[in-house]
Design a protein around this ligand. Structure first.
Ligand code: ADP
Ligand code: ZN
Length: 729
């Protein structure tokens, strides 16, 4: 028999599938989707079997080599996963091997050599009848060991060694006992706690019943539930129905580390049926979780983006929580979007898909308005808790009073909240101490030599750091150019922490941002402590705005709403609305009424007014109008093309060539913008030019992009990066 094997060869961006011969001894074991070892250029490489029983090729030009070994007992790339890999290759213009590579844990990749193996435990077994074995014993200790082993079907070697280590050794040597190895998982599952279901509110019940009616067919749902409306409970009760049919479920969340409470809730309800896939796991742990899933032992997989590839058997439902989150799109090649993959998978399997959010993305809400998605609503908070009161504060006026970070209004609210024993969350979406340090005399500004952007000052370590490439230098006391005083502008979370501590020396303050959460479980620890009321104020970046449920929090302060509002991107309005609405949703969730203070230099911004009114519909209409006028999604589709090179002239020259190629080959109605220099023009000494394509229908697009991509694969000087449906431009 002949088979096709996909090899991942270093430095090759195109797929290399080769034909190999399978001898009779291996025929039984070989299956599509298993890894095999094959000879290649005098080396032995691993590859995936893509096809079996392929036509015998004419062997005149070259000799066909033989498969040496079948690596896997179980199929790791099921037919379903392989189909997904082909889909990703097709829709993101990547190679099949890079699509496969993003789908598998490290330990199961053909190209990577890891030492991750199955973990085994030694068990003891009698080597004959109990009577025979007891007879062979030389003393009471040995008899005790043999009795223990005889009583149980299997006995852990470790356990018997508690009686006597040397006794076990002797019995093994005398062949009275023998060792049996059994596979074991590294992460043992928690005990079943089995928390009771809540009695659903009428809104929740309505949602669950609607989904239940069509549980066994493909339906796309958009669950629009305001913050605190009990979406998680709805998910869990629907999942229960799926599990009862002996099917399995994938639940995607934006980032596992930011959602410890969400996972806790699932584990309490479903215990060992839950497996988690995320980047915080060690390779071995991931490998075990993956096999647990592959073998059908886990029924619910919770994970970030790549968990959409979980190899669940009999998948019955996919849920994507916080569907507006941009983390579902991978920002490097293969640039797949987990939501698109979910739609592909759900359509193929004919199963329902639920996208949930308090601030649905415009794209999905627009589809719902055209009935491409079924809209489900949870318009009220649980127990009809009122949504928070929001106030917008004009920071231009506050500056005149000398209030740079904290307005009078926010101070009053903080004081009154903590005096009632309530907690406060402050959001400032910029880490570090100051985002810009400039000389008061000569105007010198610290900039990154690799990226041309200003360096951010981190006071704790007294360093200036580039947030793009990581370049770091110590800060001098005075201007390195003229020796005069340096001024700091643009406050970050570190500065906010200092100001708060100075203003309220008696309050307990904790900061959560990328700098304070570097170590494993960093987030979870801070969240846990804050929840246990070890702190009065939690301040941090957008990390604090996600899916957290703190009963004691009654005030949320947005320190600088403009930080995200003024980003040069067509989605900045949507991003700001969603960030601020999610953040303000943290205020007042049990029996406290929430207050939100939004500080801004744009007090007339319509987006901020929508946040203050907690009015999604108004935001939706306003933003859709802008998108329509400016020809942006969801009215038009986008493709972003980046042309990158270390050589400025080369990049600029090729960018012009690419643009004219597109203009020549695409349909006339398609809009091609650029080339222009990209927002992040120079990163890590590489120059970036960009071209944006806007289109509605263009039957020439796919082929043109494929051709273009091929042209640059072999170019060593210039890199072409095509991003289909980018989240930022
Ligand atoms: P969302 O995800 O929509 O913001 P959550 O799922 O966090 O809302 O629910 C908010 C709170 O309400 C949680 O503490 C949850 O345990 C509780 N809750 C949900 N459903 C019910 C219910 N039917 N009865 C009582 N409490 C509920
Ligand atoms: Zn840099």
């Amino acid at each position: 028999m002949y088979v096709k094997v996909l090899l991942e060869l270093k430095n090759k961006k195109t797929d290399q599938a080769y034909t190999y011969y399978v001898n009779d001894a291996l025929k039984e074991d070989i299956q599509i989707g298993k890894r095999v070892k094959v000879p290649f250029n005098k080396r032995v490489l691993e590859g995936y079997v893509l096809e079996v029983n392929v036509q015998v090729p004419s062997t005149d030009d070259y000799t066909i080599l033989e498969i040496q070994e079948v690596v896997d007992d179980e199929i790791i790339l099921t037919k379903e996963l392989l189909d997904i890999a082909y889909y990703i290759k097709e829709t993101t213009l990547c190679s099949l091997s890079s699509a496969i590579s993003v789908m598998l844990p490290r330990a199961l990749k053909a190209s990577v050599k890891t030492n991750v193996n199955k973990k085994y435990q030694d068990y003891l077994k009698l080597n004959g009848s109990l009577e025979y074995c007891l007879d062979k014993c030389k003393n009471n200790t040995q008899r005790e060991i043999v009795s223990l082993v005889g009583e149980n079907a299997v006995t852990l070697k470790k356990e018997a060694e508690l009686i006597s280590n040397s006794g076990v050794q002797t019995l093994l040597k005398n062949q009275v006992l023998e060792i049996e190895k059994q596979e074991e998982y590294r992460l043992t599952s928690s005990e079943v706690v089995q928390e009771e279901d809540y009695v659903l509110s009428p809104d929740q019940l309505n949602v669950v019943e609607t989904v239940e009616q069509k549980l066994n067919e493909h339906q796309k749902y958009l669950l629009y539930g305001v913050t605190g409306s009990g979406k998680t409970e709805v998910y869990m009760q629907i999942i229960k129905k799926i599990i009862n049919q002996d099917k399995s479920v994938i639940v995607l969340v934006p980032e596992i580390s930011l959602t410890p409470q969400f996972i806790e809730n699932f584990k309490k309800r479903f215990a060992s049926l839950v497996a988690c896939l995320h980047s915080g796991l060690l390779d071995g742990e991931k490998y075990d979780e993956w096999r647990k899933i592959n073998r059908g032992e886990a029924k619910i997989v919770i994970g970030a983006r790549s968990a959409i590839f979980a190899p669940l058997k009999n998948l019955g439902l996919i849920i994507i929580d916080e569907e507006h989150s941009e983390t579902y799109k991978q920002e490097n090649s293969p640039r797949y979007n987990a939501i698109d993959v979910a739609i592909f998978r759900a359509e193929k399997l004919n199963i329902p898909l639920i996208l949930g959010s308090a601030t649905p993305s415009l794209e999905h809400m627009a589809r719902a308005s055209k009935n491409l998605f079924t809209l489900l609503k949870l318009p009220n908070r649980i127990n009809n808790q009122t949504l928070p009161n929001c106030a917008i504060v004009d920071m231009a006026k506050e500056m005149k009073k000398g209030n740079y970070l904290l307005s009078d209004r926010l101070k009053v609210e903080i004081e009154s909240a903590v005096s009632r024993g309530e907690q406060v969350i402050l959001l400032l979406n910029r880490r570090g101490f100051a985002t810009n340090i400039t000389c008061s005399n000569c105007g010198y500004t610290y900039k990154c030599p690799n990226c041309e952007i200003t360096l951010t000052y981190h006071k704790t370590k007294n360093v200036l750091r580039c947030h793009y490439c990581g370049y770091t230098i110590f800060k001098k006391e005075n201007c390195p150019n003229c020796g005069e005083d340096l001024n700091m502008y643009g406050s970050g979370t570190e500065k906010l922490e200092e100001v708060i501590k100075k203003e309220y020396p008696d309050l307990r303050v904790i900061r959560m941002d990328a700098d304070t959460t570097k170590h494993k479980n960093g987030h979870a620890e801070i969240i846990e402590k804050f929840k246990n009321y070890e702190y009065d104020i939690l301040l941090g970046t957008q990390m604090i705005s996600k899916g957290l449920d703190f009963e004691r929090v009654s005030l949320v302060g947005i320190i600088n709403a403009d930080a995200s509002l003024n980003m040069p991107d067509f989605r900045s309005g949507e991003r700001t609305f969603s960030l601020l609405l999610q953040a303000s949703g943290r205020a007042g969730r049990k029996d406290t009424i929430g207050n939100v203070v939004i500080q801004t230099f744009n007090p007339d911004s319509f987006i901020l007014k929508c946040v203050a009114d907690q009015d999604y519909d108004a935001f939706y209409n306003y933003e859709m109008n802008i998108r329509k006028k400016l020809k942006y999604p969801p009215y038009y589709y986008l493709v972003g093309i980046k042309i990158q090179s270390r050589d400025y002239n080369e990049a600029s020259h090729e960018a012009t060539k690419v643009a004219s190629y597109l203009r020549k080959n695409l349909s006339e109605k398609t809009i091609i913008l650029g080339p222009t220099i990209a927002n992040m023009f120079k990163v890590n000494n590489i120059y970036h030019f960009q071209i944006i394509i806007k289109y509605r229908f263009d039957d020439k697009l796919k082929k043109t992009l494929q051709e273009l991509d091929k042209m640059y694969i072999i170019n060593n000087k210039v890199k072409l990066d095509i991003d289909i449906n980018p989240v930022t431009v």
